[in-house]
Design a protein around this ligand. Sequence first.
Ligand code: ADP
Ligand code: MG
Length: 315
Amino acid sequence: MRTAPGEFEIIRDYFAGAPTGEGVVLGIGDDCALLQPPAQGLLATSVDTLVADRHFPADAHPAAIAARALRVNLSDLAAMNARPLWFTLALTLPHSDADWLRQFADGLLETARTYGVSLIGGDTTGGPLSITIQVIGSSNAPLRRDGAGVGDAIYVSGPLGAAAAALPVVLGQKMVGERDRSDAERAFYYPEPQLATAAAIGPLASSALDISDGLLADLGHICEASGVSADIDLHALPVAPLARRLAGERALQLAACGGDDYQLCFTVPQARMAALEKLGLDAVRIGTVIEGPREVRCWLDGERWLSESAGYQHF
Ligand code: ADP
Ligand code: MG
């Protein structure tokens, strides 16, 4: 039997060898990493913590946990139209388990390779399983929440509702066939950070964010920050096929209010809509920014629709 690695073995054997790329003058191993920011643009940074049995089941596959932890952070960079550069990892482990760590590190570093982002440091402690990742990127055309103007068109970058429909499957509360289960795991653990879409809409959009807590709740943040309201046509929402398969009639509710899809919601001034349509993105127009008391108003067949839940809240 292998002995459980200690703190320094964990850092050395699983993380210190991570390949580094652009701008990393000194990576893992010293008191701080040393980084050379790009000559142009602003640095963008964000941090997210995933806690076992709150954000993912503690017994989930370690590679999947790692992939999700990094992907949701990269999604924040996408939402800001920032190019990923670097990330740090603060890992709290209930015990040291060589197999778990190997799979976690493989999943993490594979994801890092996919998105061209370098692991540059972190912290390793004992305690209830939790993963904190901080990402740093660079942006020449940041997309903020406070730029939406009256008359702007509102878009989402792709299908919604899949991750919310997947949740009971991932939690083992709902039994489904093999194909649905594997699609559910993909939707929940491997959300696609919308970096390419963000780069394409960067010069055109007036505001953007990523949909982590649910479209209506997150669009509410744009309304709040921009001092506007939003009119949404629910029939226009792109409902994910997986949501329809798993949730049937509730699929539209999940697309409107379910979280964890990490698509972008963004606004585009009328004068730039033609340029946006020319890009040929999968983005779908779902409504219009209007004057009003910073609220999201939903319409279904001409009737005002009130959601049964307004998005995920932590407390
Ligand atoms: P210090 O005691 O100076 O804070 P640590 O012993 O915590 O240093 O970490 C030593 C080095 O290993 C640092 O460069 C730190 O950034 C890195 N490190 C620690 N834990 C991790 C981790 N989980 N992933 C990546 N790098 C880590
Ligand atoms: Mg430390």
